[in-house]
Design a protein around this ligand. Structure first.
Ligand code: ADP
Length: 629
């Protein structure tokens, strides 16, 4: 559009990709988001300082903040988003539900009153019937949300949800809803201009979720026929009209197994998953947002819009599916995407970047488009297979397993898909063939690196031995498996690996190309200490070379409850001398804006408490010691 860009960044993001890509960048403060990305004052000051004329709020931090929108207007800046008043009413899930009812759009039964007493919630829960769902009225991203299956769980759930909501949104107000079992999450994208034109851009299905947070989205939805699409689209436009909405927004619904749909909320911003809509409608939503903000008319009608093909997005997170999807932090040692037809990568990272605990652990979004759903899925599987995102734990392999699942392939999905179908895939170890391939590739790469580093007798065959029977062996560990790879140079180009001949074609940086048994293949190997981050044609994997002299492992007190990731202690629920039962809450931690409860793994008594509320803790740090009864 010929518009130059200004990025804002915190101290933690000084080298981040968005800073590198922008024409100008403004440092706005320290890492904690309250002192940088969540400071309206600093955002406005950055706009002034850089001479920006408009502010696009993105899709995190202040993107749904009415005060930011108002402050922009006050400062003579164009806010690329809806009017502040529309953001304000929709920022409250309670208010939003009232408006939806008035616009004749069905809502989930529940309680959204002003009385926030536990007794009132208990009564409302009884009336709606368990299970119920507690939600933060100001919520988003699944934060401050708790499923409550019985009256006994209610009080702890209220406390947890209030704490999380207060910390994430500065507002602890809760509402309660009947919990719909096995629903699908389907949302409608809307666009409205300042001239009264309002259209919807069809649906996105976002039912594949963990922690109530989307990880795979697609458009069209396999659950929607043309009649339902038209009904839901019309309902979305009615709500938008009722609040005088302009710019891009999303009206979220849940759809029951019977096809009944209920309004959830309006997201008054661009959604993370907007690219799937872009791929099927051919419209660039950010471009449309800017055009609308400039006062231009949409220039098209509902009838002129259509869906073409099928698009899928997966969210690649730095997290560990095997550990309850806990965020993972550290250095992203390798980042490499293999091109695939129809693939778009919306990435926020580059190699050697620190993935900090300060922000959401979303690394990138991969979006594929195809003529059919099958084609879009197949292309995504290719893209995931060819991705090397290593150094932190990611959900890469897990995403692939979801896409391969026969029920997903058949389009039979709902918001509990992962709990219902994917439990075995969570802790799944890499296949023995991938592990072996990775070990072989690492051995080849190491052998070449070593040979190139030789200063003594570089003309002799590298690693020459006069006893051909004793081949050097390198051992690697991957999870529980140990792999021994025997190898020996045959000449300057050829290696014998596990007894078979490997010809090196080329080795440049991390990439090695070799021929074995008539097959020519590529592998990618990045070394950091004893660890080898490898990508083979079978996928990506980190393996550890076994050091020749084993190191002493740190001894940990038995019964010690440890921090599963780095974070901040928000609550210590026990003191020395307390008797606890298995499952009792010991400590509550907060990291990446989510709360994690550390529970007792057995009955016993608390014999040590080594942290206090407010402490910053490291991963694996002992928090509380429970001595078994
Ligand atoms: P957030 O604003 O935190 O994203 P939403 O209200 O949009 O919260 O809900 C997020 C997800 O939680 C939905 O996609 C759905 O999976 C689940 N959910 C929300 N309300 C209900 C409900 N009443 N019954 C069952 N699931 C629900």
């Amino acid at each position: 559009m010929g518009i130059s860009t200004v990025a804002v960044f915190s101290d933690a993001d000084a080298d981040a990709l968005h800073v590198q890509k922008a024409d100008t960048a403004v440092r706005i403060g320290p890492a904690p988001s309250r002192e940088s990305y969540l400071s309206i004052e600093k955002i406005i000051a950055a706009a002034k300082k850089s001479g920006a004329t408009a502010v696009h709020p993105g899709y995190g931090f202040l993107s749904e903040n009415a005060e930011l929108a108002a402050a922009c207007q006050g400062a003579g800046l164009i806010f690329v988003g809806p009017p502040p008043e529309a953001i304000r009413v929709m920022g409250s899930k309670r208010e939003a539900k009232r408006i939806a009812r008035e616009a004749d759009v069905p809502v989930v039964p529940g309680y959204e009153g002003a009385d926030q007493s536990p007794a009132q919630f208990a009564e409302a829960a009884q009336k709606a019937g368990y299970p119920v769902l507690l939600k933060a009225s100001a919520g988003g991203g699944g934060k401050g949300m708790r499923i409550v299956r019985s009256a006994a769980e209610l009080s702890e759930a209220i406390q947890g949800a209030t704490r999380e909501a207060t910390s994430a949104f500065g507002d602890g107000t809760l509402l309660l809803e009947k919990y719909i079992e096995q629903p699908r999450h389907i949302e409608i994208q809307i666009l409205g201009d300042a001239h009264g034109n309002l259209v919807h851009l069809f649906e996105r299905e976002c039912s594949i979720q963990r922690r109530h947070q989307k990880i795979i989205e697609e458009s069209p939805s396999t659950a929607i026929d043309p009649a339902l699409r038209e009904k839901m689209g019309a309902a979305a436009v009615r709500i938008a009209r009722a609040i005088g909405y302009t710019n891009a927004g999303t009206v979220e619904f849940i759809v029951g197994p019977d096809g009944a749909f209920y309004f959830l909320e309006v997201n008054t911003r661009l959604q993370v998953e907007h690219p799937v809509t872009e791929r099927v409608t051919g419209l660039d939503l950010v471009r449309e947002q800017i055009r609308i903000a400039r006062g231009e008319p949409l220039g098209y009608t509902q009838a002129s819009l259509s869906q073409r093909g099928h698009a899928i997005e997966v969210r690649l997170y730095a997290e560990s599916p095997a550990r309850g999807f806990l965020p993972s932090s550290g250095t992203l040692v390798d980042w490499d995407v293999t091109p695939v037809p129809g693939l778009r990568v919306d990435g926020g990272v580059s190699a050697n970047q620190e993935i900090s605990i300060h922000y959401d652990p979303l690394l990138a979004k991969l979006i594929t488009h195809g003529e059919t759903r099958e084609e879009a899925i197949d292309r995504m599987l290719l893209a995931l297979g060819g991705l090397s995102a290593q150094g932190v734990d990611t959900n890469q392999r897990f995403l692939g397993r979801v896409l391969e699942h026969p029920e997903f392939r058949a389009g039979r999905i709902h918001t509990h898909f992962i709990e219902q179908h994917m439990q075995e895939a969570l802790a799944e170890t890499p296949s023995p063939s991938l592990t072996l391939e990775a070990a072989v590739a690492a051995t080849i790469h190491d052998a070449i690196t070593q040979a190139r580093g030789r200063t003594v007798l570089p003309s002799t065959v590298p690693g020459f031995r006069n006893s051909p029977t004793s081949e050097p062996t390198t051992r690697y560990i991957a999870g529980d498996a140990t792999i021994a790879v025997s190898w020996r140079w045959l000449d300057h180009q050829r290696l014998s690996i596990q007894g078979s001949e490997v010809r090196i074609i080329r080795c440049e940086g991390p990439v090695v190309r070799f021929e074995e048994g008539g097959l020519v293949r590529d592998a990618r190997v990045v070394a950091r200490g004893d660890r080898r981050y490898v990508r083979t044609h079978l996928g990506a994997l980190a393996i550890d070379e076994v050091p020749r002299f084993p190191q002493k492992k740190e001894v940990r007190a038995t019964g010690a409850a440890i921090a599963p990731m780095p974070g901040k202690v928000v609550l210590v629920a026990v003191k020395v001398g307390d008797t606890v039962a298995r499952g009792a809450t010991l400590v509550v931690l907060e990291a990446m804006k989510m709360e994690h409860t550390v529970r007792a793994t057995e009955d016993g008594s608390v014999t040590a408490v080594s942290v206090a509320s407010g402490d910053q803790v490291q991963s694996e740090q002992a928090l509380v010691v429970v001595t078994p009864a």
